[in-house]
Structure formats: C-alpha cells, structure tokens
Ligand binder design. Structure first.
Ligand code: UD1
Ligand code: UDP
Length: 353
C-alpha cells in the first residue's frame, strides 16, 4: 500500500514521526512537507532528531494570509497526489496544511485519512476549529484519539469510518522521554534546576494578536516567583516586538528560541508547572505528570481538565497567576488517550481499508 503523508507545521512533524516509524515497516510512504513552517528550529530540527526521513518533496509555501497559503498548498498537493497516485493521503491535526490536503485529496481517487479526528473546542473563532471540522467531514478514515472524540464525530454524523485509536502524541512522548533524559543538556544549558521553574509557550493567534491579552499573559508569567522559561514561537516574537513588549519580556523571563523536541520534552518533564495555549503541550504535560495551566477559555483536550491536571484560565492575568500558584493535581490519573500504541493501530487500520 502506498501512503502519501502531508505535514507542514511543528506538531505535525512530531505526530507523523510516531506513525511513520510504524508505517514504514510494511508500507511505502511518500512524505510531502508543505513548507508552512520553515525556520530551522520550527522544522529541520524535528527531522534531524525524530529520525523522520527527509521529505520527498517540500512545496515551500511559507507564511501568508490563510486564503493565499491554503490555496497555494492545494495547488501543489493536487499535483503531487496526481503524480504519486497513492492509496491513501494521511493528514494530521488541524492546521492549514491539514485542510489543504483534505480539500485536494477528497476530490481525487484516493482515501483521505485523518489522525486526531473528532477534536472540538466549539469555538469557531479559532481557524483550527474550522480546519478540523471540514477535514473530518471530508475524510474516509477518521482516527480519533479518545472516546469523546469518537462521540463528537457520531454526533455530527460524519460519513467516513470512525476508529478509536488512542493518541499518537502519547506514542511520541513514550519514545522521547528516556531519550531526552539521556541526551538533552537543556537544563544545564539554561541554568535551571528540575522542579524549580515554570515552562511556558504562547502562540495561539487569539492570544498573540491581541496586545492586551499578550501583555496580560507576559505579566502574569513574569510575576511568578519561579524562573519562567519561554521558548518563543516566531509569531509571538514578531507580535512582542510590534507591541513593544519584547525588551521587558527578555528582562523578566528566560526567553529562548523554540526548542528541539527532545529538549522540549525534557523541559516539560522537569518543570514544576507548564503554562501554555498549545494543544499538544497540554497533553504532553499530562503524559509527563506535570500540572498544566492553559491560557485559553476552552480546550479540545477536556479529559485533562476533568482529571484535575489542567486548569483553563484564559488570558486573564489574575487567573493565570492564581492557577500557577495553586496547581495541585490529584495523585490518581486516568488514561483517556489510549495505551501508546496508536501508530500500530492506525497502520493496521490502513491495511484493512
Ligand atoms: C500554525 C497552526 C496552528 C498550530 C501552529 C503550531 C494554522 C492556521 N495554524 O500556527 O494551528 O498550533 O502552527 O506551531 O495552520 N513563522 C516564522 N517561521 C516559521 C513559521 C512561522 O517566522 O517557520 C511566523 C510567520 O511570521 C508567520 C507566523 O509565524 O506569519 C505564523 O505562522 P503560521 O504557520 O501561519 O501559523 P502558526 O501561528 O505557526
Ligand atoms: N514543541 C517543541 N519545541 C517548542 C515548543 C513545542 O518541540 O519550543 C513541540 C511540543 O513538544 C509538541 C508540539 O511542539 O510536540 C506542539 O506544537 P505547538 O505548540 O506549536 O502546536 P499545537 O500543538 O498547539 O498545534
């Protein structure tokens, strides 16, 4: 069976690496990178560290408005799918690269398979919510990471076949945790002690593109008594500079470039708490037993909140500060995202399709 995988943004490299390792044992895989993320530390570092083969093709689309970026990807992907004639096109998550591949593949004679199907924030202001709903409704095979994701899809009566596979990011963390402990020197490099710092990330458009929200988040983080490490996404650095928040943040926080995956897993594993608006980081913190404070009003990963390991606090300075000070998760932790064998399940289901 020939599978054409489409990736483009940082979290997709992590997810695709986990599946690719398993998939390539028994299938031919063609890997197409749309070029949505292109900086060394947003893209190349993942291919180097995660043992993913180099992409067979990079469309080099880069940054643009949603419409222009997605349109250029659709054109490029349609050509590649036509040329490769795969049995299935495999897409991940909810970025513009996901949507572009879904649009291109669903109009051609190939199955569309969606990993991380069925997630919903029910906030249509998020571009990701639109991307994931449209992709799920176009997909032939839907690989859901949890029971709730399956139920969400049933409620929407999606036409494709829905499977509960567990979450591929759990596979990724299980692969990386010990490797990170063995190889990463990030704690020494940054001069932080395990258990004594907060790890933060911010990149969600709803937070970065609103000066008041971004300022509130940075203030709340800076006022935490612990050291706060913030590996900053390029979007966030651009906005901090634009709103003249950058110099202040650099003085008050440990501001770094985006970290490679092993360093980032190590930082999450050893943090006293994580503060984030990322989707993937909420889950990784949960898998790594680190309490999380999510700087959004809703989450697709509600199980982590229900389990008491994640607090939703929006971009509200006082709520962020209080949640960071009071994070106290229970000792018991459920396992709502499978057993860490999602890649094997997905590969087997592709076989049967
Ligand atoms: C995208 C996804 C988001 C995902 C995130 C993962 C969409 C709509 N959004 O958001 O769901 O959580 O990736 O990190 O697909 N930039 C660089 N260098 C890069 C990449 C981006 O400088 O390598 C800057 C550019 O100024 C660009 C901005 O970051 O305009 C935003 O990049 P873009 O890919 O459009 O969205 P993300 O915020 O990264
Ligand atoms: N990540 C990383 N370095 C960083 C920040 C994040 O390697 O500096 C990884 C993180 O471990 C997770 C993924 O990137 O696997 C999450 O991506 P991101 O937060 O950009 O996107 P989201 O999950 O919100 O779509």
């Amino acid at each position: 069976m020939k599978v054409l995988t489409v990736v483009g943004a940082r979290p997709q490299f992590v997810k695709a690496a986990a599946v690719s390792r398993e998939l390539r044992r028994s299938h031919e895989e063609v890997l197409v990178h749309t070029g949505q993320h292109y900086d060394e530390e947003m893209s190349d570092v993942f291919f180097d560290e995660l043992g993913i083969p180099e992409p067979d093709d990079n469309l080099g689309v880069g940054s643009d408005s949603h419409g222009a970026q997605t349109a250029e990807m659709i054109v490029g992907l349609e050509e590649r799918i036509e040329a490769e004639d795969p049995d299935a096109v495999l897409v991940y998550g909810d970025t513009n690269s996901t949507l572009a591949a879904a649009v291109a593949a669903s109009k051609m004679d190939t199955d569309l398979a969606h990993v991380e199907a069925g997630l919903r924030s029910y906030n249509r202001e998020m571009p990701e919510e639109v991307n994931r709903v449209l992709t799920d409704h176009a997909a032939d095979l839907l690989f859901a990471p949890s029971r709730r994701a399956v139920e969400n899809l049933r409620e929407e009566s999606v036409p494709g076949a829905v499977h509960d596979t567990g979450d591929v990011m759990y596979d990724a963390v299980l692969w990386a945790r010990d490797r990170a402990e063995e190889h990463s020197t990030v704690l020494e490099d940054l001069g932080v002690e395990a258990g004594e710092y907060v790890l933060a990330t911010v990149h969600r458009a709803g937070n970065t593109d609103d000066p008041a929200k971004l300022a509130a988040i940075l203030d709340a983080l800076a006022e935490d008594p612990r050291e706060v490490v913030l590996p900053a996404h390029p979007r966030t650095v651009n906005r901090m500079r634009e709103y003249e928040l950058y110099e202040d943040a650099r003085e008050r926080l440990t501001l770094t470039d985006p970290a490679g995956y092993l360093d980032f897993v190590r930082l999450q594993d050893c943090a006293d708490a994580v503060a984030t608006d990322s989707g993937g980081v909420q889950k990784e913190a949960f898998f790594l037993d680190t309490p999380c404070v999510t700087m959004r009003e809703e989450t697709e990963w509600r199980e982590t909140v229900e389990a008491g390991w994640n607090a939703l606090v929006g971009a509200d300075e006082e709520r962020i500060r209080r949640a960071l000070a009071n994070a106290d998760p229970p000792t018991e932790k459920p396992r709502p995202y499978g057993d860490g064998d999602a890649a094997a399940r997905i590969t087997a289901l592709l076989d049967d399709a």
